[in-house]
Design a protein around this ligand. Structure first.
Ligand code: ADP
Ligand code: MG
Length: 250
């Protein structure tokens, strides 16, 4: 289980003589169970990506703890091969000088396996994300947006991590490609029994994929609701978010 307890994060802004602290996250607590898909939705600037970086252990909270199966995420051993991520910007996520095969192999190498075995695994992963195995020798500039994001997903799941954090992972794809990638994520989640932290500003995408949805506002949790009870959200802000989306009017 991923357990976030009393997490706060602030950044210093200003210059040497006039320093200020901006409080981005304020006392955030929630958990994500094994095999669960938890959506985090909120407006741009509400602190979703900051929370994502803390969950990945890229940055440390000022206060509070984040534990993955009881171990602090700040400890490298507790996160390597246990949680990985897919970000919005698939283009800059891929090294332009790496082939698809090299990109997918990279995280597996850190877990240390023989190269020949890894090549077989690359083929398997490409098939899993719906790409022809011949794509292994392509470079990022030879891929469409949707294909590049599939490669990022293959890379993220290559070490079979139980947790995957997706930060606006479908947001910059064309609508039809978005639907395909969401479908792929749903299939993978059921097949590999993975837990997702699905960060998005798109409530429809969250409703499609997630079991529970956390409404996030100004660095705080407004409400956490089961997707099947999404229509019953209480807070005025959550209702406003929902009413502005088609999924509520269907
Ligand atoms: P979201 O992903 O919900 O759009 P972010 O977490 O990216 O929100 O950003 C929340 C706020 O935190 C923004 O106002 C942003 O400018 C600020 N912020 C994020 N990272 C930093 C940083 N490293 N230093 C200073 N401010 C930051
Ligand atoms: Mg963001």
């Amino acid at each position: 289980m991923l357990k976030v307890e009393g997490v706060a994060k602030s950044y210093r802004t200003g210059n040497l003589f006039a320093q200020k602290s901006r409080h981005i996250l304020k006392d955030v607590s929630f958990d994500c169970r094994h095999g669960e898909c938890l959506g985090i939705i909120g407006e741009s600037g509400s602190g979703k990506s900051t929370l994502g970086r803390l969950i990945l252990g890229i940055e440390k909270p000022n206060r509070g703890t984040i534990r993955l199966d009881g171990k602090d995420i700040g400890d490298r051993n507790s996160r390597i091969g246990r949680i990985s991520a897919v970000f919005q910007d698939y283009r800059s996520s891929l090294n332009p000088f790496f082939t698809v095969e090299q990109a997918i192999m990279e995280p597996m190498k850190t877990v240390n396996r023989a190269t020949r075995m890894l090549q077989g695994k690359v083929e398997e992963l490409l098939q899993l994300v719906g790409l022809n195995p011949s794509y292994r020798s392509r470079y990022p500039h030879e891929l469409s947006g949707g294909e590049a994001q599939r490669v990022c997903i293959a890379r993220a799941i290559s070490t079979e991590p139980p947790y995957l954090l997706l930060d606006e992972a479908v947001s910059s794809l064309d609508i039809s490609v978005q639907a395909q990638v969401l479908e792929l994520l749903k299939t993978l989640k059921n097949r590999n029994k993975m837990s997702y932290i699905f960060i998005t500003h798109d409530i429809q995408a969250a409703a499609y994929l997630c079991d529970r949805i956390m409404i996030f506002r100004c660095g705080q949790i407004e409400e956490i609701v089961e997707t099947k009870r999404l229509r019953d959200v209480r807070s005025a802000y959550a209702r406003k978010l929902l009413e502005s989306s088609i999924c509520f009017n269907d």
